[in-house]
Design a protein around this ligand. Structure first.
Ligand code: RIB
Ligand code: CA
Length: 313
């Protein structure tokens, strides 16, 4: 059944931007019903601005972009300017958006869309903290059974964490929201650091983006030029991990990824391990599986797909 209807929930962020561009370049695979923004990498006013910048870069000023939650459910907002720059989209110099924000709150848009379409029609694609998704589930518990799938970027097991030794940023920012989402009963696919750290934008791959010579290709290369410095310095890796595009790539080519259907629970009590995704990869507990947790990616296939689709914009 193509194209699949999706809602992208996001905190742009350079990697979110690439994920959105990939989706908007793939209308035969995904129909983006709307983009909902959340506070994460940078505060909400910037994530809503950046989402619109990206939509206009993709030639889609018609795409409804909604503002959502400006802080986590229970905790203070933690942002990541040290990774993404003060604008959240440092690297290219892109014009301020002309398109307005859509009227209404992101959470109400998510609820309304899930109630409008038949159960099992819409896939939610969260790319940031899960505050909007959890708030929608709290406000309208009936939507859980209507969600086709939640395909999210977050967590880590073999890779540990990237904002603390045990927690990945999206989950760490709002662990209570993640706990609600992972317990909601909807089918969940997780793109953890275990996979995204294998999707590295090497110089060769980034030059392929730049060689497209298009505004989108050049902008993506410039985003990576900026975004990669943090991870290369921290991990000594030979490129930036393209975290969020793993989510939209999965919607187009799920065969690029392999993982296990396991139990994943979220640490919400201990400050030491707050936000850890406790992934029972080896099946050592009797806790019921609730998520397909990805462990491997065909990185060359991923970048071939991404480059081909970016060339369309
Ligand atoms: O830990 C990586 C995740 O946190 C990505 O989604 C990145 O955009 C940030 O939101
Ligand atoms: Ca993100």
């Amino acid at each position: 059944m193509h194209p699949r209807k999706i809602i992208i929930d996001t905190d742009p962020g350079q990697d979110d931007a690439v994920a959105i561009l990939l989706a908007l370049a793939s209308p035969e695979d995904v129909e983006v019903l709307g983009i909902t923004c959340v506070a994460g990498n940078v505060p909400l006013p910037l994530t809503t601005k950046n989402a619109r910048i990206v939509c206009e870069l993709a030639g889609r000023p018609d795409m409804p972009v909604y503002a959502g939650c400006d802080r986590p459910l229970d905790r203070d907002l933690v942002t990541a300017e040290h990774v993404h720059g003060k604008t959240g989209l440092d690297g290219p110099s892109l014009p301020d958006p002309v398109m307005p924000l859509a009227q209404g709150h992101a959470v109400d848009f998510i609820i309304d869309q899930l109630r409008t379409y038949a159960p099992g029609t819409i896939t939610l694609c969260p790319l940031g903290p899960l505050t909007n998704i959890a708030t929608a589930l709290q406000k309208a518990p009936d939507i859980a059974a209507r969600i086709a799938k939640i395909v999210l970027m977050g967590g880590g097991y073999f890779e540990g964490g990237n904002i603390t030794p045990t927690a990945e940023f999206n989950i760490y920012v709002d662990p209570q929201a993640a706990d609600i989402v992972f317990k909601c009963g909807a089918p969940i696919v997780v793109m953890p650091l275990d996979v995204t750290h294998k999707a590295l934008v090497t110089a060769e791959r980034n030059n392929a983006f730049r060689a497209l010579g298009t505004p989108a290709g050049i902008a993506v290369a410039q985003m990576t030029d900026f975004f990669e410095r943090f991870d290369k310095e921290k991990y000594g890796s030979n490129g930036a991990p393209l975290h969020d595009p793993c989510v939209t790539a999965y919607m187009i080519r799920p065969d690029l990824f392999t993982g296990r259907h396991i139990n994943v629970e979220i640490e919400t009590q201990s400050e030491l391990t707050m936000g850890m995704t406790v992934a029972d990869w080896w099946g050592v507990t009797d806790r019921a599986p609730n998520a397909t947790f990805m462990g491997a990616i065909d990185a060359d296939g991923f970048f071939t797909l991404l480059t081909e689709r970016l060339a369309r914009l």
